[in-house]
Structures are given as C-alpha cells and as structure tokens.
Design a protein around this ligand. Structure first.
Ligand code: SF4
Length: 326
C-alpha cells in the first residue's frame, strides 16, 4: 500500500477496456469473476475493509504508509475512538494528534500534522463533506495520488485501478506481453490495470488485486498454496519464470520447483498414469523433450517426488510413465 501509482482515466465501458488491453486474455469476464470470487470467498479481515467512511479509510491509508498492517489495526482503532470524525479531529489540538502518532510509532510525525490539516480542510473548504474523486481528494493536505485513489475506491467506489508494487508484480507475472516488455512504464501498468478492472467496481477490484499481490503473488509466489484464481491464465505459472520488477532474479529455484512439483502431482491425481512427454507438455508450455526444460529436467522432478514417496515411475515398452503412488 505504499507505492506511488500513476493516475489514469477509468475505461468508459467494457468494450473500450478490451480494446485498450495490451496483454490479457480476450475474454475478460472469467478473469475478473475468478479474482473477485476468490477475494470474496476469503480475505484478510482488516477493520477498515468493513467501513465506507472516507475519514476512517483516509486514516488507515495514512497510517499504512509506514507501518505494517497488523500493527496499524490497534492504532487505527485507538485513533478513531479518540477522534471518531473529521470534525472532531479538526477541532483537536494539533499537538495531541502528533503526540498520539509518536506514541504509537506510526512513522513521520508530519503525517499527523497533514491529517489534522486535511480534516480542517474537509470542515472549512468542503462543508464537512469529503470530496469523492481522486482529483478532488488530492487537494487535501498530504494526500498524494495513491492515497486519493484508495479513498475514492474504498469509500466511494469511484477510483481508478490501484497500481502499487504488489499490483505491478501480479500484472508482470500474469500477462505475457508486459512480462516480455523491457522495463514497462508506469503508464503501461496503469493502462493494463485499468483495462482489467470491471467498470464501476473499483472498491472490490482494488481490494481483490491487492490481496492477490499480498497473500498469493508475493516475492516468493504461493500460487497453489493460496489457490490463486489466475493460474489458468498466468504466464509465470505456465513458464516458471516468476521474475517481476521488484523480483529481478528468480525468487528461488526451490520456489519455482515447488510449483512444478505441485503441478505434476495435480496432473497425476487426475489420471491413472501419464507418459513422460505428455506430462512435460502439460506441466510447462516451454517443455521440449531435449531442451533445457525437457526430459532430463522432468525426470529430476519425478525423482524428487519418488524420494518423497509420492510418485512411481516405470519403464514400459520403451516408454516412461508416471503415476501417483497408491
Ligand atoms: S499463478 Fe502465481 S504467479 Fe501467477 S498471478 Fe497467481 S500467484 Fe502470481
């Protein structure tokens, strides 16, 4: 939640989104539905995700800029207990707000001053009504493009697609063209992110894609463990290349190897037995029997799984076949 994104215009409709999409499946419906369903099924339950109060959301965003989310929760609750509304914060003594900030180790004390000043602006310049759009919200003291967009999304469902470090990592891994672009620009990420977002659904979408980047597609990806809903479309999942802008080298050989082991077990679980090359082509798109990721590589993977007691490998009529150990 701490990176600076680029602002972009929300696509006017789904057709426009599809035309602008630089690198994604042509049918966006299932991609969008899968992510939203995955998020709605289960996600980290931060208290600010249960409110649409822009003031409470702004406080959570400002606190989250420097502090881990789990540590923000008690500070956020205590802050709102003490100053439940923008009006009450505006009326507070600034020194008390700064003292609160400092005593809760929330990082730069200037943020407390800005928050206090922003509350005053809401009261004096906006008649107590929070502005709703990212552009207007940026007029508030200390509110940059990222925070403005987050408040517009989570409070008013009127934001653009969020593009922070986590989201960039997800997009870079999932979509081949962006993955294969040398140093894709912020504009390219923003264009893809906005084209993917279902029009008018910034609240759930931004929460969902940030959750994906936070719990499934971290620096060491947990595609299978976290049941990532994009596995069937994901370029990195297909190829085993999990590099990303903030992960310039493979996260760890073991990390991606574990992914492939999981995939082998899943395929064998769906079949009585599978010949070696047939298995290889289903495990990775760049499988070539004599290539770098070919038979030798796959035999190594199967050998590990044999050692773990999970898989049996037989030579039969000149053919290698694998199956789950029963
Ligand atoms: S399949 Fe893995 S790499 Fe691809 S988006 Fe999901 S978690 Fe990230």
């Amino acid at each position: 939640m701490t990176d600076e994104p680029a602002d972009t215009d929300e696509p006017a409709d789904a057709d426009e989104a599809d035309r602008r999409l630089p690198a994604a499946p042509t049918d966006l419906g299932p991609v969008r539905d899968a992510l939203v369903a995955w998020y709605e099924d289960d996600h980290r339950d931060y208290p600010w995700r249960r409110t649409e109060d822009p003031y409470a959301i702004l406080v959570s965003e400002v606190m989250s800029q420097q502090t881990q989310l789990d540590r923000v929760v008690p500070a956020w609750e205590a802050f709102l207990d003490r100053w439940p509304t923008a009006a009450e914060l505006a009326a507070a003594d600034r020194a008390d707000v700064v003292a609160f900030w400092s005593s809760h180790s929330l990082g730069y004390n200037n943020r407390a001053k800005y928050l206090h000043e922003a509350a005053n602006q809401v009261e004096t310049e906006y008649g107590g009504e929070f502005p709703r759009t990212p552009e207007e919200l940026q007029e508030l003291m200390g509110v940059g493009p990222y925070t403005a967009n987050a408040v517009a999304s989570f409070a008013f469902n009127e934001g653009d697609a969020v593009v922070d470090t986590n989201v960039k990592r997800v997009l870079h891994r999932a979509f081949a063209e962006i993955h294969n672009t040398d140093e894709p620009s912020d504009e390219t990420f923003a264009e893809l992110a906005n084209a993917l977002m279902p029009p008018g659904k910034s609240r759930v979408w931004n929460n969902a894609i940030m959750e994906l980047g936070g719990v499934a597609c971290g620096k060491t990806p947990r595609c299978d463990e976290a049941s990532c809903p994009w596995r069937e479309w994901c370029h990195a999942y297909e190829t085993g290349d999990f590099t990303a802008p903030d992960v310039p080298a493979q996260p760890s050989f073991e990390g991606s190897r574990r992914q492939f082991r999981g995939r082998v077990v899943r395929i064998l679980g769906d079949n009585e037995e599978v010949p070696l090359d047939n298995l290889g082509h289903r495990v990775r798109v760049d499988y070539a029997p004599d290539g770098d990721h070919g038979r030798e590589w796959l035999r190594g993977l199967l050998s590990d799984l044999q050692d773990d007691g999970l898989v049996d490998v037989d030579e039969r009529d000149g053919e290698t076949v694998a199956r789950l150990r029963r």
